[in-house]
Design a protein around this ligand. Structure first.
Ligand SMILES: NC(=O)c1ccc[n+]([C@@H]2O[C@H](COP(=O)([O-])OP(=O)(O)OC[C@H]3O[C@@H](n4cnc5c(N)ncnc54)[C@H](O)[C@@H]3O)[C@@H](O)[C@H]2O)c1
Length: 316
């Protein structure tokens, strides 16, 4: 029988609760304690999740010797400090994306992780989602990748994110990062980036943008990010023998001259990423979204913002 890893959850909003539900359901973790600055969130932990040990200061949770790892699901502008503190207390870390708003903040967290030899996993759920794993397999086995086009959206023009956009830097770092990461995962490292954001940027966090990458292998990818209308996301992958389409991250289609056929439908990989974190902690299986991946993505995001700020192509 597996022994459960004792963990704490810091930030008990939407994602903190989702990961807690999955951690309990999978039977791989024991959620010992929860921390949140919002008393209502702590009430939810006590009443709905029967977690009696709650803290409004996360340092009190980190003090506990019986907790081996933490899930960090606070707002992104708090991640660098909380990750650095958790590492200092020698807790392994699962942290939600985006790692931090800026690469500079990521470096602070990175130093503490490396210094304290912490196992770290970033919540890049699409890397653990079956549609993208299947696509990666097809790309590495049968075909030559030529190009990728994508669109990432999902918000109405009147929609205000339930937390302040400045918490994560903007729409692109907060949301589109999922597709940017998966594009890099599928097509390999990026050599050059050109990004253009909507006109109110950089005075205000961007709500939409166009992002183009030239990958080191010559593949070109283009992404339209929109926080300004309700658009389902898609990724269109063009290869030498056939094309693939991923709709809303969970439906995979194959497109040939005979038409479009659905070949897979999947849930988002929230459970799979927790299983992977467990395997990393307990069985030493390296994470598919470990600290080096987090830093590489964070650096790329910095370059995306640099290009959008300067209005010119930037080398990565
Ligand atoms: N992987 C995904 O698909 C996905 C989806 C949504 C959000 N996210 C990410 O998850 C993270 C949390 O987002 P959310 O939607 O759950 O937000 P949320 O607002 O629902 O929850 C965040 C919680 O953190 C708490 N908090 C803030 N500062 C804190 C501190 N210093 N100590 C303790 N608690 C603190 C807030 O009170 C709040 O309850 C963000 O990084 C977000 O980008 C990931």
């Amino acid at each position: 029988m597996n022994s459960k890893v004792p963990i704490g959850v810091i930030g008990f909003g939407n994602m903190g609760q989702l990961h807690t539900k999955n951690a309990i359901k999978l039977g791989l973790f024991e959620v010992k304690a929860v921390s949140d600055i919002d008393e209502n969130a702590l009430k939810v932990a006590k009443t709905d999740f029967k977690i009696s040990d709650t803290y409004s200061n996360y340092l009190d949770l980190l003090e506990r010797k019986d907790i081996e790892a933490v899930i960090i699901t606070t707002h992104p502008n708090t991640h660098a400090k909380i990750v650095a503190d958790a590492s200092r207390y020698e807790k392994h870390v699962f942290c939600e994306k985006p790692f931090t708003p800026s690469f500079k903040e990521a470096q602070v967290a990175y130093s503490s992780i490396v210094k304290n030899k912490i196992k770290f996993q970033l919540g890049l759920v699409l890397r653990y989602t079956k549609t993208y794993n299947a696509l990666l397999n097809y790309l590495s086995s049968e075909v030559k990748l030529l190009g990728i086009q994508g669109r990432y959206g999902g918000y109405l023009i009147s929609y205000k994110p339930h937390f302040d956009r400045t918490f994560d830097r903007g729409m692109v770092n907060g949301n589109t990062i999922h597709l940017i990461d998966i594009i890099q995962y599928l097509a390999g490292s990026v050599k050059e980036v050109y990004a253009k954001f909507n006109a109110s940027f950089p005075k205000e966090p961007e709500l939409s943008g166009i992002i183009s990458f030239v990958h080191k292998n010559g593949v070109i990818s283009n992404l339209y990010a929109s926080g300004a209308m309700r658009v389902e996301s898609f990724l269109f992958v063009n290869t030498s023998s056939k094309d693939y389409l991923v709709e809303s991250n969970i439906k995979l289609f194959e497109i040939t001259d005979k038409g479009k056929t659905q070949i897979l439908s999947s849930e988002l990989g929230f459970e799979e990423e927790l299983v992977a974190f467990y395997n990393y902690l307990v069985n030493g299986v390296p994470s598919q979204s470990g600290i080096e991946d987090a830093m590489k993505l964070s650096y790329l995001m910095e370059k995306v913002y640099e290009s959008a700020s300067k209005g010119k192509l930037v080398k990565v």
